[in-house]
Design a protein around this ligand. Structure first.
Ligand SMILES: *Cc1c(COP(=O)(O)O)cnc(C)c1O
Length: 361
């Protein structure tokens, strides 16, 4: 018998027999994409679930970032976090924008708001914050700086599906925010993404951009791209959305068991009153210990991940020295370890992981 492998996540799928009736409808209607009825229905349900007004579905989270950058006509340089997935920076770079990496707070992994102002130059046009692990940035303080210098504000809220704050301000207290619906994320449409716009005009703009800027049969309003989601993935989303709250509760069980068992020197980096438990990020006491635990888990076929190491700044800008320029981000990248979490992760396996920590510490 081959040994069971445990990955950092296990993708969610609905019961197959809830999906197949949608396929019959699609085969009958032959509406496959281009903002069909299932895409529109899912946008409405997502807006309701997320508690926001203006939702647009797109084909993935990276193109969601790309569209909002284009919609805001952002140029020059943008202040962002180096402690994130590489897509955050790539979306800027691929639009000819220079990412300027600010340092982060170790308490939540997010951009340190107090470090932003010193980095602003005449080239700066926007702040792109990342709600790392679903821990939310201080949106009020970021808006204050943005207003003072006339900057746009975007949030990469890729990790935030199901995270709750007062008025959902982490999604709406900005020009645009985006969420990834990739297979590994809390709520998935296989590949997918969504954009939350601050008003109807902003939504209209990204909706045009995602469909070549067509505004009539033979009229285009600008130079758009193709970032549309199709009807099959929209149907999958309609099946998945019923299970999100159940999924979050099941993940909370896993989180509580880790929290009760892990040594006190291993801190779980989750903040906020209503997290979604999409990650179990552990801040280890040292890099040596992080590497030892990571290898020991691996030899037991348990694949924890060092999100986010190496820092995106060191992948995208080799002239930067993260150890000097963003020391907090550098230090966190050296010590972070994300443990497996998904609804069906068994107590027995959580206990095995916890005991590896307790053996080595
Ligand atoms: C997953 C992720 C993305 C990219 O989303 P895709 O849907 O995979 O394109 C962007 N930013 C962050 C922080 C992510 O974790």
């Amino acid at each position: 018998m081959t040994r069971k492998k445990i990955y950092v996540t296990s993708p969610e799928l609905p019961p197959l027999d809830e999906f197949t009736p949608y396929l019959k409808d699609i085969w009958q209607s032959k509406i496959l994409t281009n903002s069909g009825p299932l895409c529109i229905q899912l946008e409405l349900e997502l807006a309701k679930y997320l508690g926001v007004e203006h939702v647009s579905l797109v084909t993935n989270g990276t193109l969601a970032l790309d569209l909002v950058i284009k919609a805001l006509n952002i140029k020059g340089s943008v202040i962002t976090s180096p402690f994130t997935f590489v897509a955050t920076a790539n979306a800027l770079i691929l639009n000819g924008i220079k990412p300027i990496y600010a340092d982060i707070n170790k308490k939540d992994g997010n951009i340190n708001v107090d470090s932003i102002e010193a980095l602003i130059t005449p080239d700066t046009t926007a702040i792109l914050g990342v709600h790392c692990y679903g821990n939310t940035c201080d949106t009020a303080k970021i808006n204050k700086i943005a207003n003072k210098y006339g900057l746009k504000v975007i949030y990469d809220a890729a990790h935030c599906f199901g995270v709750r704050t007062v008025d959902q301000s982490h999604l709406t207290n900005c020009d645009y925010s985006i969420i990834s619906l990739h297979a590994t994320k809390l709520f998935n449409t296989l590949e997918g993404g969504l954009i939350i716009s601050k008003n109807a005009a902003y939504k209209k703009n990204v909706n045009e951009l995602r469909n070549f800027c067509f505004v009539g049969e033979d009229i285009v309003s600008g130079v758009g791209t193709n970032a549309k989601i199709d009807e099959m993935r929209s149907a999958l989303g309609l099946c998945q959305i019923k299970y999100v709250d159940q999924n979050i509760s099941a993940r909370r069980r896993v989180y509580l068991r880790y929290a009760a068992g892990l040594p006190a020197c291993c801190k779980i980096l989750i903040t906020g009153n209503h997290p979604n438990y999409s990650y179990i990020p552990i801040v280890m006491p040292s890099n040596t210990l992080r590497e030892r635990i990571y290898s020991r888990l691996k030899s037991a076929d348990i694949y924890a991940r060092r999100y986010f190491y190496p820092l995106v700044s060191s992948l995208t800008d080799t002239s930067q020295n993260p150890a000097v320029e963003t020391p907090e981000a550098h230090d966190l990248a050296e010590r972070i370890l994300c443990l497996p979490i998904y609804p069906t992760l068994e107590d027995y396996d959580i206990d095995r992981i916890v005991s590896i920590f307790n053996d080595l510490i």
